[in-house]
Write a protein that binds this ligand. Sequence first.
Ligand SMILES: NC(=O)c1ccc[n+]([C@@H]2O[C@H](COP(=O)([O-])OP(=O)(O)OC[C@H]3O[C@@H](n4cnc5c(N)ncnc54)[C@H](OP(=O)(O)O)[C@@H]3O)[C@@H](O)[C@H]2O)c1
Length: 230
Amino acid sequence: MTTVVVTGAARGLGFCLAEAYLKQGAIVFGLDRLEQTAELSHTYGDRLQALQCDVIDEDQVRRSAGVVARTTGTVDLLINNAAIYLDDPLTRANEFDADIARRTFDVNAVGPLLMTKHFLALVLAGSGKKIVNISSEAGSISQNWRSHEYAYCMSKAALNMQSVILQRRVKNDGVKVLAIQPGWMRTAMGGMDADFDPSESASGIVDVIARNSDINGPMYLDYAGNACEW
Ligand SMILES: NC(=O)c1ccc[n+]([C@@H]2O[C@H](COP(=O)([O-])OP(=O)(O)OC[C@H]3O[C@@H](n4cnc5c(N)ncnc54)[C@H](OP(=O)(O)O)[C@@H]3O)[C@@H](O)[C@H]2O)c1
């Protein structure tokens, strides 16, 4: 049975990705700060395990990896989805705020690095061999159109760099790394004016992950499978 780990699984895109894989019959470890992903176990029983995990707390990340190691022993797919957006695009009041930049970088870029650090051995032991970082168009140096939102954009650009380096690191182990743009979604982060529901993006992303296993193939893709420019 496929084992999937999703961070930030209690709501938004993370919740929809967790549910999409549960519907496919996978075992899903939903990591979130308050173990609210447990709600899904009412429908999916033991195949969903909610683990309390703040991705910037290395002890919690290590402990979560330990639980997964003792439960399934392997991970087929790690999805680093958890992220924050603290910029204020309307007032731009804090656009050069160092604390906002550091906190955002910590969750959006260092968090995935810690997750990969502690889950990589489980991914290497699995047969799916995929690590997915949920990125954004905001992280593209060539496509980004903004004149503010430094913190979020810088953090996602760093995540893209992390994805590229990681792909080289695990290439000979047969692990495929993807950086996926989910599109503009109606979530707490995206707001209600966004283009579509996170469930639509999740179903596209599940398909993109399934169709892109070639280590030498494109790795920065949108939810519909279109290649993105770094
Ligand atoms: N929404 C968009 O339009 C959009 C566009 C491009 C890219 N994205 C990316 O898509 C992904 C999902 O975004 P979303 O729209 O679903 O956001 P969201 O609704 O705001 O959900 C963010 C999730 O991340 C979790 N999270 C935040 N900080 C965390 C931490 N330190 N440790 C663990 N979990 C943490 C939150 O958990 P809590 O419930 O505990 O806060 C929540 O589950 C993110 O990577 C985001 O950058 C979103």
